[in-house]
Design a protein around this ligand. Structure first.
Ligand code: TIU
Length: 221
């Protein structure tokens, strides 16, 4: 049995496939100035620290021909899938749907809404667009995972305590065995990232596991 050295104890990999990489919202809207994260008043530069690690994980999953799912948080141009509560939350100058330097904020198809160039999906990889923080809300992700026999998810991306944690909790409630890759997720708030890692593995792994990318890569090799 191959396992990954993880918290709170080793994470056993499925013997006959069933493992996928899930990359949450590595979009210009969250990592570049002029996007949604910036409009909310965050220092977006600190999220870039995980890009090299994510490139390594992507390369490994591609080399081993394992399934890869990318997500994009974004709304239809008419904002019909954006509740007013979400649009009007916060007191930034630019709201969802307003025109910013990279196009309309958090609107699907705008250049600022796309995945950063370094992590562009390849043909054959699934891209899920989602209107909420969790990747299971109002998407086909759950049925796609079941169709492909996926039971185990390595979860990565941004931001740790918002879309990543929400997605991991949604996946956990649906019966998926989830591991959050510690150095392949990042937050605008270092303390929130650490708290998320801590609360996930507390109580015997109440939400799942965490491990370093190095441990993941070593076990996959
Ligand atoms: N604001 C923030 O931390 N995150 C989001 O709005 N979306 C995601 O986490 N992707």
């Amino acid at each position: 049995m191959v396992s990954i050295s993880a918290q709170p104890y080793d994470y056993e990999l499925p013997a006959h496939g069933g493992l996928a990489l899930l990359i949450i919202d590595m979009q210009r809207d969250f990592l570049e100035e002029g996007g949604f994260g910036d409009a909310l008043g965050n220092d977006v530069t600190r999220l870039r620290a995980i890009v090299p690690t994510l490139k390594e994980l992507l390369a490994a999953f591609r080399a081993y021909k394992l399934p890869i799912f990318h997500t994009i948080e974004g709304h239809q141009p008419d904002l019909s899938d954006c509740p007013p509560s979400k649009r009007h939350r916060g007191r930034g100058e630019l709201k969802i749907g307003d025109v910013g330097p990279m196009g309309r904020i958090l609107v699907l198809g705008e250049s600022g809404n796309g995945i950063i160039p370094e992590l562009q999906p390849l043909p054959g990889e699934t891209v899920i667009t989602k209107p909420g923080k969790g990747a299971f809300y109002n998407t086909h992700l759950e049925s796609l995972l079941h169709e492909q026999g996926i039971t185990h998810l390595l979860i990565t991306g941004v931001t740790t305590e918002v879309c990543v944690q929400t997605t991991m909790r949604e996946a956990n409630d649906r019966g998926f065995e989830c591991l959050l890759v510690e150095d392949a997720t990042e937050s605008y708030f270092p303390a929130f990232k650490q708290s998320t890692l801590d609360m996930i593995v507390a109580q015997g792994g109440i939400v799942g596991w965490t491990a370093s990318a190095a441990n993941v890569l070593q076990s996959l090799a």
